[in-house]
Design a protein around this ligand. Structure first.
Ligand SMILES: Nc1ncnc2c1ncn2[C@@H]1O[C@H](COP(=O)(O)OP(=O)(O)OP(=O)(O)O)[C@@H](O)[C@H]1O
Length: 626
C-alpha cells in the first residue's frame, strides 16, 4: 500500500558549509592553553535534500553520520561541540523558523515504546496528544497509519519486552515509525532504522521508507550495512568519510563515479555496492590492503597508513567537489514555497487531558505487569514476618523496652528501604520514553510527573498499611488508646512517602539505573545514622548536626517512639516490689527535640519539598533539543 501525498507543505532541506568540531578543553586551574587539539567531526558539508527523495547516509563508524543527522534534525548537539553552518527549510533559515518540529519527525535507532501497550494503543496515545482534529479524526488517522504501515495483523498485540512476549522486530520498528508519522510530517529523519533487523525485515522497512519518499515526503536516514536489495531502494546516497562528503547524488550513479576514479575503486561485478563503498571508505580495510602489501615488501607504520588513508579520502573528496555529480544545493525544487506560520501550528491539548491519558497508561501498565506488584507484595509480607519473628511479644521489662525501640527503628528502616527500592527504578526505566515524548511536545513534564506520582499512590498507601497491619499487634505495640494504631499507620505512610521522595530525586538525576541503585545506599545511609538510634543526637559532631534535620529516619523513628510511649505504662516504669527491675523511662532517655506533630509535619514537608526538587530536576534534564 502506498502513502497519500503529505497534507503539509513539501520540504526541501538545504545545508551549507556545516562545520562541527570539538571545543578544546582548557586545562583546569592554570591557563596554559588547550590540552587537546580541536577535532573536526564534520568538515564543510553542504547539500540539499528535496521532496520525494530518500537520502541514505552511509559511512564507516565515526564518520560523522549521527552528528550530521542530529544537526540537520535540530536535535541537541553536545555542549562541547562548536557548530557552524546554515540550514534552510524551503529557503527560510531554520533558526528564524518557529515550530520546525511540527513539520519533521525523528525516528530513533532504538524502538522506544511502552512494552505493555498494544501497537494500536501506542498510535492512539500519540494521535490523541499530537494529531489536530476531533477524536473521530484522530482514530481515523490511526486506522490509516495501521493500513499504510501494514500493521493490521499485529495492531492488538503488545509491543513486548523482557517480561512480555510481543510483536516482531520489524513490526516494532514500523510502530516506532507510525508513532512519528501521526502528525503527517513532510520531513522524516531516521537513525539506523535497520539495525538489529534480519535482512528480509530490514528490506521491508526500507521499502516503506522508499514509499514514504515516493509520496512526496523528504526522507533522510543513516543506514548501517545495507544489503544490495536495500541499496536498490535508495534514491540519493551520501557517503561520509572523516567528516567529509565523498559522494552525494543518485545512488544509481555512485558505482560509475568511483569506477572513474581508478580501477582499484571499481565495484567488482555481482558485489553489493554498499559493501564496496564501505570497504574503500574505511581505514580498517586500508590497513588490510597494506598488510597484504607488507607481506610482499616493506611494512608501513600505523602513522604512514593513517596518512595514506587520509590522502585517499582527500582524493575522493576533491574528485567529488570537481565532479558534475556534486550535489547542487543552490537549486530549488519546483513549486517549493516558504513555510508559513499556519503550516507549523501544533495540536495543544489541555494539561488535565494529558494527565488523564498518562494516568490511564500508567494504571494499564501496572495491571498488565502484575508480576511487579506481586513481588512487591511478597517482599512486604516476608519483611513483616521477619519483623514479627525478631521482635514478637515486646513485654514491659527493660529488655522488652529495648526490643520495642529496636522494633520501631527496624520498621522505620524496613518501610523506608522498601519505598526506596520501589521508587528508585521508576524513572530510569521510563526515561527514554519520557524524553522522546516530552521532546516531541506530546505532554508537559509536570503532567508526566503528576501522572507518575498519582499512579504510585496505591502502592504508597497499601505497602506501609499492609506491613503495619501485620506487625503492630503481633509484636505487642501499645493498645492503650484506640487512636494509636491508626496514627501508627499514618506515620508509616508518611515515612514511606518521605523516603520515596528522596529516592525519586536520585532516580531523576541518574540516567543509568545501575548507577542509581549502586549509589543509593551511600546517599541514604548517612541519614539513617542521624536517626538517634545508633548515635545519641547529642554525640553527633557539631559540623554534621545540621544534616539530622534532613533525615526522614530521624523524624520517622522519633514520631513512632512518641506515639508508642506517650501514656504507655510499662512494668519497668513502676517495678513491682517483689521484682528486681531497674526503673526505666523510655521517653526520658530518648532525645526527641520535636513533638509527634512536628515530626509528622517535617516528614510531610520533606515529601513535598523533595517532590518539588525532583520535578525541577526532571524539567532541567528533559531539554534535549536545541
Ligand atoms: N560530543 C562529542 N565530543 C567529542 N567527540 C565527539 C562528540 N560527538 C561525536 N564525537 C566524535 O565524532 C566522530 C563522529 O561521531 P558520530 O557519532 O557522528 O559517528 P557515526 O558515523 O554516527 O558513527 P557510528 O556509526 O559508530 O554511530 C566520532 O569520532 C566521535 O567520537
Amino acid at each position: 500500500m502506498s502513502f497519500p501525498p503529505p497534507t503539509k507543505k513539501k520540504i526541501q532541506l538545504t545545508f551549507e558549509d556545516v562545520v562541527i568540531k570539538t571545543i578544546p578543553q582548557q586545562r583546569k586551574c592554570c591557563k596554559k592553553g588547550p590540552v587537546e587539539q580541536s577535532k573536526v567531526i564534520l568538515n564543510n558539508v553542504s547539500g540539499a535534500v528535496k521532496p520525494g527523495q530518500f537520502l541514505a547516509i552511509i559511512g564507516a563508524s565515526g564518520a560523522g553520520k549521527t552528528t550530521l543527522l542530529n544537526y540537520l534534525s535540530g536535535r541537541q548537539i553536545s555542549q562541547n561541540l562548536d557548530k557552524q553552518g546554515k540550514i534552510t527549510v524551503n529557503g527560510v533559515e531554520r533558526s528564524q523558523m518557529k515550530g520546525f518540529s511540527a513539520l519533521s519527525a525523528y525516528v530513533q535507532q532504538d524502538d522506544i515504546l511502552f512494552q505493555t501497550m498494544t501497537v494500536r494503543e501506542c498510535l492512539e496515545f500519540a494521535a490523541k496528544l499530537k494529531y489536530k482534529g476531533t477524536l473521530q479524526q484522530q482514530l481515523q488517522r490511526v486506522d490509516d497509519i495501521i493500513k499504510e504501515l501494514r500493521l493490521n495483523k499485529c495492531q492488538n498485540t503488545k509491543i513486548g519486552g523482557p517480561l512480555i512476549k510481543g510483536v516482531s522486530g520489524g513490526e516494532r520498528k514500523r510502530c516506532s515509525i507510525g508513532v512519528e508519522l501521526i502528525t503527517d510530517p513532510s520531513l522524516i529523519f531516521l537513525d539506523e532504522p535497520t539495525t538489529g533487523l534480519d535482512s528480509f525485515t530490514a528490506t521491508s522497512v526500507c521499502e516503506t521508507l522508499g514509499e514514504l519518499a515516493a509520496s512526496g515526503r523528504t526522507v533522510i536516514s543513516t543506514i548501517h550495512q545495507p544489503n544490495s536489495d536495500i541499496f536498490e531502494i535508495f534514491d540519493q546516497l551520501m557517503l561520509l568519510a572523516q567528516g567529509k562528503i565523498i559522494y552525494f547524488n543518485k545512488a544509481s550513479l555512485a558505482v560509475d563515479h568511483f569506477a572513474g576514479l581508478g580501477d582499484k575503486f571499481r565495484c567488482p561485478e555481482l558485489s553489493n555496492p554498499a559493501d564496496h563503498f564501505m570497504t574503500i571508505m574505511s581505514i580498517e580495510s586500508h590497513e588490510v590492503e597494506e598488510d597484504l602489501e607488507g607481506d610482499r615488501g616493506v611494512r608501513k607504520t600505523p602513522a604512514q597508513i593513517q596518512e595514506e588513508y587520509s590522502e585517499r579520502i582527500k582524493y575522493f573528496h576533491d574528485s567529488y567537489q570537481k565532479s558534475p555529480l556534486k550535489n547542487d544545493h543552490k537549486s530549488a525544487y519546483p513549486g517549493i514555497e516558504p513555510i508559513a506560520d499556519s503550516d507549523v501550528s501544533q495540536n495543544h491539548v489541555g494539561w488535565c487531558y494529558q494527565l488523564g491519558l498518562l494516568l490511564k497508561r500508567n494504571f494499564l501498565n501496572t495491571l498488565r505487569l502484575p508480576q511487579t506488584s506481586y513481588v512487591k507484595l511478597i517482599v512486604t509480607i516476608i519483611t513483616a514476618i521477619f519483623t514479627i519473628i525478631l521482635f514478637q511479644n515486646c513485654d514491659g521489662t527493660i529488655q522488652g523496652v529495648q526490643n520495642r525501640n529496636g522494633a520501631l527503628f527496624f520498621m522505620t528502616m524496613t518501610i523506608a528501604f522498601n519505598s526506596i527500592q520501589n521508587i528508585i527504578l521508576i524513572f530510569p526505566d521510563e526515561r527514554p520514553v519520557f524524553l522522546r515524548e516530552v521532546n516531541n511536545n506530546m505532554y508537559s513534564v509536570s503532567a508526566y510527573f503528576f501522572g507518575k506520582v498519582i499512579a504510585e499512590l496505591p502502592a504508597s498507601l497499601l505497602t506501609p498499611i499492609i506491613y503495619g497491619c501485620i506487625v503492630y499487634y503481633a509484636i505487642g505495640l501499645s493498645t492503650v488508646f484506640a487512636w494509636k494504631f491508626p496514627l501508627y499507620l499514618a506515620l508509616m505512610v508518611l515515612i514511606y512517602s518521605a523516603a520515596g521522595s528522596y529516592a525519586l530525586i536520585i532516580s531523576t538525576l541518574f540516567a543509568d539505573k545501575q548507577l542509581a541503585v549502586t549509589l543509593t545506599p551511600v546517599l541514604i545511609i548517612p541519614f539513617m545514622l542521624f536517626a538517634g538510634f545508633f548515635v545519641n543526637q547529642n554525640n553527633i559532631p557539631i559540623w554534621l548536626i545540621e544534616f539530622q534535620y534532613l533525615s526522614f529516619f530521624k523524624y520517622g523513628y522519633q514520631a513512632l517512639m512518641l506515639n508508642e510511649y506517650t501514656d504507655l505504662q510499662l512494668e519497668c516504669m513502676n517495678p513491682p516490689a517483689d521484682k528486681l527491675y531497674e526503673k526505666c523511662d523510655p521517653l526520658g532517655d530518648f532525645d526527641s527535640p520535636q513533638t509527634l506533630g512536628e515530626s509528622a509535619i517535617a516528614l510531610g514537608a520533606m515529601y513535598i519539598g523533595c517532590y518539588c526538587l525532583a520535578l525541577i530536576c526532571m524539567k532541567l534534564l528533559s531539554r534535549k533539543y536545541d
